[in-house]
Design a protein around this ligand. Structure first.
Ligand code: ADP
Ligand code: MG
Length: 696
């Protein structure tokens, strides 16, 4: 194997390759476009495309694709080869600047949420110059944004880039007020921690529910689950370790900073985390990571489950979105800093995020909403659906002291002009890590813990960036019109904290007391996706996103429709899978077992004298549960049939939750009871025990 530094980025057309292979003036022009967003001239694009093609061909690539992230939740690619016919029946390898910069594809097969009705079916992919091209499976992949003929975003990247611009603009305004002239850009940085399960491929394939829906729709609890807490950070089993090793190597080749890997809480559950990078690249890399996890698991006869809740009663998988703000000069704006001047700036940025979370908590919840994630949020393993911010005692005390005008802590610390003593340095673990908080400040970044494992992090970061941009805009507006910066800054810090401190909660988010307390505080609580999605098109949301040019009202409505459809379709597929499984496998298994028991019983009775109490006992229990199946099946089928009636978007989601999902839960509990009663050799599905302990 090559050394890791040699391996790293070997499949990426990165800055080093560009510097090596591009003429100086082309390289310079490209860098200018990258950092300042200036227009890219066609001759520059042509030169870059030529160099890219030569580099890719040397690495064995034969095709190129515009790689994009439509609203399906995964990535999309359509491969074109580099070949172009030439004289005498030969070919040449070609790739033009035009092909690099823009592609056209039929948008009509991707979800558009009604945008298609009003605009052309054509969709355009446009090169995202800020994310490097890479080679995957013999194809040069060019990260692109995907939009309609009219410029409406049809993907996740376009609004993410827009939100990063909005944040940059407002953060710069605030920095300028602090006299900072050296910073040219403020960038949202993201490091997503990715949880997943691994299961044996053979066992997986005999579970149609996992194959069709990504989660088990049935399954009685195993004798041993996660009770012993012996899996978290436990030693990694050889087969898993081989998978992780290959995954790291493949990700490194693709320039992904894969860094941390460990076992998670549940058996067969693991985590991978990269070193953070810009929000846009982190999002691309997380998509690549999820894809590679699936591909590489397959090579090891494993299946990687990215569903938020593959197994009932066992911890689900989340994706912690670590988020901060960084300047192009390398300063983390959420780093408390060492001097009073830095402290005040830090406090203001910190308060901007607190204000953002308080005012737009609903939208943060929406950004993590999906049918799969509904199984996690609020299930005493993941943060509850109530929005709050964990700050830690120390910072909370400081802000409280500022609010009340009292001195904070020690008298020896020099006092800063806004009235607060110099902040203590916060080591990352100065406060106990609060694992129950949905949104925790962890030393110099915020960790948003609501998102589920299969989600693209684009959505959460679009909301974080835009909501923070809005808070900073308000601060900038106020301070730009101030005659006395120092005293107005102190006032702003004090008032903002006073107004938004209700969102701060440092206690146990899983407790019943918190639920009551949060209600008194009036905090956002959107329990399910059906409750959350309508918030996306609320007047508040429309105002926020359109003010910052992130989403137009039309785009928001289209997204709301796509997400609602996705939610309903997911539940529909699960319900159909359930009915099919019950009819074709579970009922026949119950009948076979009953048959055998009955004939044994009859034989015993006809012989007379034998005690048949065991058979009678088993049969009566099986009949008790299995006799409920026909009624539940017909209830589910009727509900599915009636789901085709016309309903508006919010009602449709509620219908699926209340009329379909609820029956599915009941059906499941009956089948799980039957699994406990029916002898193993009759039961058609591998058990939870087999699934969770399948990988050695
Ligand atoms: P834990 O949350 O378990 O303590 P780490 O300290 O390893 O984990 O951090 C988790 C993630 O946070 C990593 O992906 C890391 O790169 C990311 N991270 C660290 N600093 C920042 C930052 N300034 N901005 C965004 N993400 C960050
Ligand atoms: Mg973490």
């Amino acid at each position: 194997m090559k050394s890791i530094p040699d391996l790293f980025g070997s499949m990426v057309f990165n800055d080093t390759v560009m510097r090596e292979r591009l003429p100086k003036d082309v390289y310079k022009a490209l860098k200018k476009t990258m950092s300042r967003g200036t227009h890219l001239e066609l001759d520059v694009a042509n030169a870059v495309a030529g160099a890219m093609k030569d580099w890719a061909a040397e690495k064995g690539a034969t095709h190129y694709t515009h790689w994009f992230q439509p609203m399906t939740g995964t990535t999309a690619e359509k491969h074109d080869s580099f070949i172009s016919p030439a004289k005498g029946g030969s070919i040449i390898m070609e790739f033009s600047g035009k092909e690099l910069v823009r592609g056209e594809s039929d948008a009509s097969s991707f979800p558009s949420g009604g945008l298609r009705a009003t605009f052309e079916a054509r969709g355009y992919t446009v090169w995202d110059i800020t994310s490097y091209a890479f080679i995957k499976d013999g194809t040069l992949c060019i990260p692109t944004a995907f939009c309609s003929y009219g410029g409406e975003a049809l993907d996740k990247k376009t609004p993410l880039l827009r939100s990063m611009e909005a944040l940059d603009k407002q953060a710069l305004r605030v920095l300028r007020l602090f006299g900072n002239r050296s910073v040219n850009r403020v960038i949202a940085t993201v490091g997503p921690e990715q949880e997943y399960f691994l299961t044996d491929k053979k066992i997986y394939l005999s579970r149609p529910d996992l194959v069709y829906t990504g989660r088990t729709l049935f399954g009685a609890p195993p004798p041993k689950g996660q009770e012993l807490e012996d899996h978290y950070f436990g030693s990694i089993k050889p087969r898993v370790s081989a998978f992780m090793k290959e995954l790291d190597e493949e990700l490194w080749k693709l320039g992904v900073y894969a860094k941390t890997k460990h076992n998670e809480v549940a058996p067969a559950q693991h985590e991978i985390a990269p070193v953070f990078t810009t929000a846009n690249i982190a999002t691309d890399h997380n998509q690549i990571t999820m894809e590679m996890m699936k591909t590489i698991a397959d090579r090891h006869d494993l299946v990687c489950l990215l569903h938020e809740k593959p197994f009932a009663g066992i911890n689900g998988s989340g994706k912690h979105n670590n988020w901060s703000l960084s300047t192009d000069t390398g300063l983390n704006l959420l780093e408390p800093g060492k001097t009073p001047y830095e402290n005040a700036q830090f406090l203001l940025f910190l308060l901007a995020v607190i204000k953002a979370a308080d005012e737009y908590g609903d939208l943060l919840r929406v950004s993590a909403a999906s049918a799969g994630n509904d199984h996690r949020l609020g299930a005493n393993e993941a943060p509850p659906a109530i929005m709050s911010v964990f700050l830690g005692e120390e910072l909370t005390d400081i802000l409280e002291a500022l609010e009340s005008g009292k001195d904070y802590l020690s008298k020896e610390r020099p006092k800063m002009e806004i009235g607060v003593t110099v902040l203590p340095h916060f080591p990352k673990d100065s406060t106990d890590r609060n694992r129950t908080s949905p949104f925790a400040f962890t030393g110099n970044k915020f960790e948003f813990r609501m998102p589920g494992s299969s989600l693209s992090v684009a959505g959460p970061n679009i909301v974080l960036n835009t909501a923070a941009a809005e808070a900073l805009r308000g601060f900038a507006e106020f301070l730009e019109n101030s005659d006395d910066f120092t005293s107005d800054l102190a006032l702003l810090i004090k008032n903002t904290f006073r107004k938004h401190k209700r969102i701060i909660f440092n206690g146990n988010n899983y407790s019943d007391e918190w639920e009551k307390e949060a209600e008194i505080r009036g905090l956002s609580k959107l329990q399910t996706t059906a409750d959350a999605l309508p918030e996306l098109v609320s007047p508040k949301s429309v105002e926020l996103f359109s003010r910052h040019g992130v989403f137009s009202e039309t785009e928001l409505h289209s997204r709301c429709e796509i997400l609602t459809e996705g939610y309903c379709k997911t539940i529909r597929i699960e319900a159909l899978t359930m009915t099919e499984l019950v009819k074709s496998e579970i009922i026949p298994a119950c009948i076979d077992y009953q048959n055998d028991l009955t004939s044994l019983l009859q034989r015993k009775k006809s012989c007379g004298g034998y005690n048949a109490s065991l058979e009678e006992y088993l049969l009566s229990d099986i009949i008790k549960f299995s006799s409920r199946l026909p009624g539940l099946l017909s209830e589910l089928e009727t509900a599915l049939f009636e789901s085709q009636d016309d309903r508006d978007i919010p009602n449709k989601a509620r219908y699926y939750r209340d009329m379909i999902f609820s029956v599915m839960s009941e059906l499941r509990s009956v089948v799980d009871e039957l699994e406990k009663l029916v002898a193993k050799k009759y039961w058609p599905l591998p058990s939870y025990g087999e699934l969770l302990c399948s990988v050695m």
